[in-house]
Design a protein around this ligand. Structure first.
Ligand code: RAM
Length: 537
């Protein structure tokens, strides 16, 4: 089990004015009623991902008479987040026993082939989207109280009786989101892969945009700061919903630990409360997310309101440095960076600190706080000098991490993003680390996003595009309608939780291809085609 840095004795300090500002930005969710498009067979193959074959037209749904052990699988045609209603009936003799059936909801077809009984991981099996239901009297309209994230829905009659069978007359889903995909102009390109990367990213982001930016509508269904930062960046280029970002920023600042530290994640139900999990990189990203928001919105009032909180996160992180100006390694799950097992995070975290110091310095500059701006400029400079002096290994030309001097991707990527090396040096570092292919690689789309940004920062545009196509394109080749929480092309069944059945397959931090395409490539694509298109025009 992963160790988690939880502060059970945490004292929460609440700022009611901030809570009120966050609530004032709460979205009204938009509803769309969606019905399945076909009945499918999901067939296990030798590969990790099963085949999905159309079995029947959906108009024949009620011709299926389900007796004990029979099942049908409905395909909703795309990933949905919403509330499901079933119209059920019986055929045959009078209903002489309860209808007893199982419903399975699956974001990808693979989840339908998995058995929840086999899951023995460390996070709750409660996340598995499966219900065992009894209905005493048919016909009945069954409105399921929970919200599901799914494309496929399987109905299995566990038992009826020897004399009657279950009929599903109709199924619908009231899908919900704060935004509409139709409001965003798709990226235009002759390259189908690019169009699909954009479309699937948009769907991912849309389905995570609920009352807050959720990390995943299947799991964890809550607001995480690291995820928010990337979602917000993608949102600025696409849905442009400024209020939702503002709301989330105010929520994080509205309740902190008594030392002012922002939590890694928070809940809004049954009432707003921040979690007792703290990740140092996520706390620092509060300032970066705030500055990005200001750049996108020009909302100086919010910048001012929340600047103290942003500065405070950096002061808290500053306490982690030793006399050599090196960030000390923490214990257990102290910072996130990536889910790579055994990853030494010291250097990457130092990179995050430098990166965020640069962002909060800009906040101070905008607000005219010259003293603070100078302080963060010095911080970034000193921490960079130490990183170069002690962490940049002269022999390999790469950044090493921790006492074990671990060579990993994350350290290189974050030092590049921090600006600790020039673009030329960074390009060399990236060539070297790719050639070396260290054991400590990257497993999350979150880390992969940062790797692609590092390539872009070092002028490796073509390589960045190739990698995006290889990585997110890999998910597409396995049938993704939304991008996943975890994807390791070398180990498709990987899960940090001890079983991929609880993995989330519509995950916020995976939505960034739309951002990368629009921010770094769209002008080039437009230029090549000789026409101008983009969400920015
Ligand atoms: C998981 C979620 C979330 C992420 C944290 C660190 O619980 O996937 O998205 O931010 O880990």
């Amino acid at each position: 089990m992963a160790e988690v840095s939880i502060d059970l004795n945490m004292v929460r300090v609440t700022n009611d004015a901030f809570v009120a500002k966050a609530e004032a930005c709460a979205p009204k969710l938009l509803e769309t009623v969606v019905r399945p498009v076909s009945i499918v067979d999901i067939i296990k193959t030798e590969n990790v991902y099963p085949d999905v074959n159309k079995k029947d037209d959906i108009k024949n749904l009620s011709s299926y008479h389900l007796a004990k052990g029979d099942k049908i699988c409905l395909d909703f045609g795309d990933h949905q987040v919403g509330y499901v209603t079933l119209k059920l009936n019986s055929v045959g003799s009078p209903q002489d026993a309860p209808a007893f059936f199982r419903l399975k909801f699956a974001e990808i077809a693979k989840e339908i082939t998995e058995d929840s009984k086999d899951y023995d991981g460390w996070i709750s099996r409660g996340w598995i989207q499966e219900e065992f239901i009894h209905v005493d009297v048919l016909p009945a309209e069954l409105k399921l109280p929970r919200r599901y994230a799914f494309r496929y829905m399987e109905i299995e009659a566990i038992d009826t009786s020897l004399k009657w069978q279950l009929v599903v007359e109709d199924v619908s889903c009231t899908s919900v989101s704060a935004v509409r995909i139709e409001d965003v102009e798709p990226v235009k390109s002759d390259d189908e892969m690019i169009r699909r990367l954009d479309r699937v990213s948009l769907r991912t982001l849309q389905n995570c945009m609920q009352s807050v930016f959720e990390d995943g509508p299947k799991r964890d269904r809550r607001l995480w700061l690291g995820d928010l930062r990337l979602q917000a960046l993608a949102n600025y280029e696409t849905f442009h919903n400024m209020d939702l970002v503002k709301r989330c920023l105010y929520l994080f600042a509205a309740q902190t630990k008594d030392n002012g530290q922002v939590s890694a994640c928070l809940f809004t139900e049954p009432k707003f409360i921040v979690d007792d999990t703290f990740l140092l990189d996520y706390s620092m990203f509060f300032g970066a997310t705030l500055y990005d928001y200001y750049e996108a919105s020009g909302d100086k009032e919010t910048l001012k309101d929340l600047s103290t909180c942003a500065y405070r996160q950096m002061e808290i992180a500053e306490e982690w440095f030793d006399e050599k100006n090196l960030l000390k390694n923490g214990e257990g799950f102290w910072g996130f960076i990536d889910w790579t097992d055994g990853l030494n995070k010291q250097s990457a975290m130092q990179g995050v600190y430098i990166y965020c110091a640069g962002k909060v310095q800009k906040i101070a500059e905008v607000l005219g706080d010259t003293e603070k701006a100078a302080y963060f400029a010095t911080e970034a400079k000193e921490k960079t000098e130490s990183a170069r002096k002690y962490l940049l290994d002269p022999e390999s030309g790469l950044f090493v991490s921790g006492e074990e001097k671990q060579l990993n991707y994350a350290s290189q990527v974050w030092m590049i993003l921090a600006g600790a090396v020039s673009a030329e040096e960074g390009a060399e570092i990236l060539d070297k680390v790719i050639a070396l292919n260290p054991e400590k690689g990257m497993v999350s789309p979150y880390m992969t996003h940062h790797f692609v940004e590092a390539l872009l920062k070092c002028g490796k545009k073509e390589q960045a595009m190739d990698y995006m196509k290889y990585y997110w394109g890999g998910m597409l080749s396995h049938g993704a309608d939304t991008f996943w929480e975890l994807y390791n092309p070398e180990n498709p069944a990987e899960s940090p939780y001890g079983g991929s059945i609880v993995n989330s397959y519509c995950h916020a931090w995976s939505c960034t291809p739309t951002y990368l395409l629009r921010k770094y490539f769209i002008w080039k694509m437009d230029y090549e085609k000789g026409f101008r298109i983009s969400a920015r025009t």
